[in-house]
Design a protein around this ligand. Structure first.
Ligand code: F6P
Length: 540
């Protein structure tokens, strides 16, 4: 069954939230902390190895209750069961949304068109495991009999960002294989990657759900050509594997049928790292760690599916986002991981969140008259403290920030870890409390500098403190954000699982490419585009 179509702004709770917003919008959070000694405890969720403190947000208990009322009014519960049960909730593409099935236990039953997909998922998992072990243990070798040393993932968007982010995040757990990612159609990108590679010892994993993506096919073709300059034709079967739903196109590209890892159209590209799209993850950290990542995600799935909304981490995270986006009219959210390992996390989430919820037509096909998808950005702390934190602290904008930290370091350098975590905690403290005029004067600031040294504070943050960065905890964290996206989409009454907005640019690029390739410009363009095209053609 389809998701319900309820315009959130027509609900009673929305109206109440609007009134309530006017009462609380100017209150400083410090006041609420002073009034209620239990605030931090009440607004913290402890779950497994996660400690989620959302008390430093511009909310009261009433805000929370109204947001929870909103979740009930749009029937989030019903939506969650449709999501997990494989209903066609991706209506515009006529598909179920079942990345959660990819990490479900073997005993689960998830029906798509009346058929349980779990056995098929496990048979592909078995193939990933077998292949990973044979490559890692050098049972499978390159065309000259040498063990593989390098793996190149060729893909873009969801076929790149998820695997690239996880491989980077789990680099502590990596084996001897060096993993590279080629995504951009920029030829310099692919040439930079292959220039130092030895074709005899490199495995290429072409990942494309559709196997029609210009960037991926161009890169794969360039790499195969480069490979065949050194290797014989029959070596392709040993060095190229593919992950796709489009088996025919993969075969037409020349990939051996045994080297194809299938995936399914009920897995969206940006949610696909749990499928064979994660093959480079498995190759990089071993199948067991890949499986632990999946197990962690499954734990978060269960939490999301079964926990009451007031203690449900993705639900609270999604509701807070709606609160800022639709009532404070805040446009962006920052993701600040306090670990260099999560360097690519915000970039990865940009696709997950912005490709999903960047929509302006509601589920009834009507234009929307309220804000939807938030702009996501961020960089690890402490680096970001020395880059853009000035604006968060003293700028004119409210930027809700999610601080993600890990209590234990992986290499055990306690001195650094204590410094890192003290910064992690200090920043949210500073953003909450700021620094008053009195404090600035008491510190002896020259009178004329006093206004510049005042920090207003009252800047919202949520702290997610996790015991340690492991494959399992990373799986939980990614799954948390996947469900946050879902909660937002349900409330905003949009379809989160299509991405028609990326098509127009692709179409026009094809037309422009034709105009570049041909002698004459035949397609119609606006004056600015035409000038650019002529200028480029004259240069080349
Ligand atoms: O950017 C659009 C998009 O369709 C993404 O949703 C997807 O992850 C990416 O392109 C790559 O697509 P494919 O895996 O089919 O090559």
């Amino acid at each position: 069954m389809a998701l319900k179509t309820i315009n959130p702004t027509t609900t009673k709770s929305w109206k109440k939230l609007e009134e309530h917003f006017n009462n609380v919008k100017d209150v400083h959070m410090k006041q609420w902390f002073a009034q209620d000694a239990e605030r931090a405890n009440k607004m913290t969720i402890k779950w497994e190895d996660f400690y989620v403190d959302y008390s430093k947000n511009r909310i009261t208990e009433e805000t929370l209750n109204l947001l929870l009322e909103l979740a009930n009014e749009v029937d989030l519960k019903d939506a969650i069961s449709k999501y997990f049960e494989g209903d066609i909730i991706n209506e515009t593409e006529g598909r179920a949304v079942l990345h959660t099935a990819l990490r479900a236990p073997k005993t689960a039953e998830v029906l798509v068109d009346g058929e349980n997909v779990i056995p098929e998922i496990y048979s592909v998992k078995e193939k990933i495991k077998d292949f990973t072990n044979k490559i890692v243990n050098a049972e499978l070798k390159g065309y000259t009999g040498k063990a593989f040393t390098d793996v190149v993932n060729i893909g873009i968007g969801g076929s790149d960002l998820g695997p690239a982010m996880v491989v980077d995040s789990l680099s502590y757990y990596k084996n001897h294989l060096k993993t590279h990612f080629v995504s951009n159609v920029d030829g310099d990108h692919v040439n930079e990657v292959i220039k130092n590679l030895n074709p005899e010892t490199t495995l290429f994993v072409i990942v494309s759900k559709t196997f029609t993506t210009q960037e991926t096919l161009s890169n794969a073709t360039t790499i195969r050509k480069w490979f065949l300059e050194k290797a014989p034709d029959n070596a392709v079967a040993k060095h190229f594997v593919a992950v796709s739903t489009n088996i025919e196109k993969v075969k037409a590209f020349g990939i051996d049928e045994n080297n194809i890892f299938p995936m399914w159209n009920w897995v969206g590209g940006r949610f696909s790292l749990w499928s064979a799209v994660g093959l480079s993850i498995s190759l990089s950290v071993g199948f067991e760690n890949f499986d632990k990542l999946l197990q962690g995600a499954h734990k978060m799935d269960e939490h999301f599916k079964t926990e009451d909304f007031d203690k449900n981490i993705p639900v609270i995270a999604g509701l807070l986002s709606v609160w800022y986006n639709n009532f404070f009219n805040v446009e962006t959210e920052a993701i600040i991981p306090y670990t260099q390992y999560l360097n690519q996390f915000a970039t990865y989430l940009q696709q997950g969140i912005m490709e999903s919820n960047g929509k302006s037509i509601d589920r009834s096909g009507e234009p929307i008259n309220y804000q939807t998808g938030t702009i996501i950005w961020g960089e690890p702390g402490t680096n970001s403290q020395h880059a853009f934190f000035q604006l968060i602290h003293q700028g004119t904008k409210i930027i809700p920030a999610e601080f993600i930290g890990f209590a234990k370091s992986l290499h055990g350098n306690q001195d650094h870890q204590d410094k890192l975590i003290s910064n992690f905690i200090a920043q949210t403290e500073a953003l909450l409390n700021g620094k008053s005029k009195e404090q600035v004067i008491a510190e002896g600031a020259p009178e004329k500098l006093v206004p510049f040294k005042i920090f207003e504070g009252n800047k919202p943050t949520t702290t997610i403190l996790i015991n340690q960065l492991t494959p399992e905890s990373l799986g939980k964290l990614i799954s948390l954000y996947e469900h946050k996206i879902f909660v937002q989409g349900v409330i905003w009454n949009i379809f989160s699982y299509d991405q028609f907005g990326v098509e127009l640019g692709k179409q026009l690029a094809n037309a422009i490419l034709k105009d570049i390739d041909e002698k004459e410009i035949v397609n119609k363009h606006d004056a600015s585009t035409l000038n650019l095209l002529k200028f480029y053609k004259n240069l080349t």
